[in-house]
Design a protein around this ligand. Structure first.
Ligand SMILES: Nc1ncnc2c1ncn2[C@@H]1O[C@H](COP(=O)(O)OP(=O)(O)OP(=O)(O)O)[C@@H](O)[C@H]1O
Length: 233
């Protein structure tokens, strides 16, 4: 398994928000976590990244127990995080947004920047534009491209479809599918809207008030219907 959570609980202050979650991402696959507003999806991702300590349970990355490892060491071990909200350095150009990361990786950084542009060809023509002037979808693609420049083994995405035009969402999910299908990358994402996520995921879990209340195999209309039903409960 690329990522394996066993019995993970975490929260803020005195409040436990995520309770006893088991979740796995197999190598070269996408796992989706679905849940309504406030279900604890972002909080769960923070425990994966080490931005919040696990109060119980373990987090394993490619077999290594990283539960007590700080975020920067998890990142070095191959996790890349794309937070909610299409974040970029708005005053910098798209190219500069990629360069600030690529520079740390030398020739590999330049090669991976090129590969990311192949994945999102529309971005190539926009490299000279200030990131703050791009559309939400373009900024999301830029944020994903920047994460890919680090050469991750596991890409973690927080609501990549939120507030983005459907055609760009399709491109983003197609890109994730390409990356996982070619074998190199595993991905974990959380979504409120389940259509694309369940359709493209190998596995999915529904989070309700911080607990996994349903899980299933993704792909196809039946899976989407099953997930929809589970989320309506
Ligand atoms: N920094 C924080 N301090 C205290 N409580 C927080 C903090 N961040 C989130 N919470 C609480 O934790 C719960 C889960 O929030 P979280 O952001 O993980 O949900 P979510 O499923 O990602 O929701 P959304 O779809 O709105 O992003 C909510 O009740 C929220 O109020």
């Amino acid at each position: 398994m690329m990522l394996e959570l066993s019995g993970v609980s975490t929260g803020y202050g005195r409040t436990t928000v995520v309770h006893d979650v088991d979740l796995a991402v197999a190598e070269g696959t996408l796992t989706a976590v679905l849940g309504h507003n406030g279900a604890g999806k972002t909080t769960l991702l923070k425990a994966v990244l080490g931005l919040l300590p696990a109060r119980s349970g373990t987090v394993r990355l490619a077999g290594d127990d990283v539960t007590r490892r700080p975020t920067h060491r998890r990142v070095r071990a191959g996790i890349a995080y794309v937070p909610q909200g299409q974040q970029s350095f708005g005053q910098l150009t798209a190219r500069e947004n990629l360069q600030v990361v690529a520079d740390a990786y030398g020739a590999a950084g330049r090669r991976r920047t090129d590969e990311a542009m192949d994945l999102f060809p529309a971005l190539r023509d926009l490299l000279g534009r200030q990131a703050g002037l791009l559309s939400g979808g373009q900024r999301q693609q830029l944020a994903i491209a920047r994460a890919l420049v680090t050469g991750p083994r596991l890409l973690v995405l927080d609501e990549p479809a939120e507030g983005i035009q459907p055609n760009v969402v399709t491109e983003i999910y197609a890109a994730i599918t390409t990356l996982t299908a070619s074998g190199g990358l595993s991905a974990l994402l959380v979504e409120q809207h389940l259509g694309y996520a369940v359709e493209h995921a190998a596995e999915y879990a529904v989070l309700t008030a911080g607990r996994v209340t349903h899980r299933g195999t993704g792909g196809g209309a039946d899976a989407v219907a099953g997930a929809r039903e589970a989320m309506a409960l």
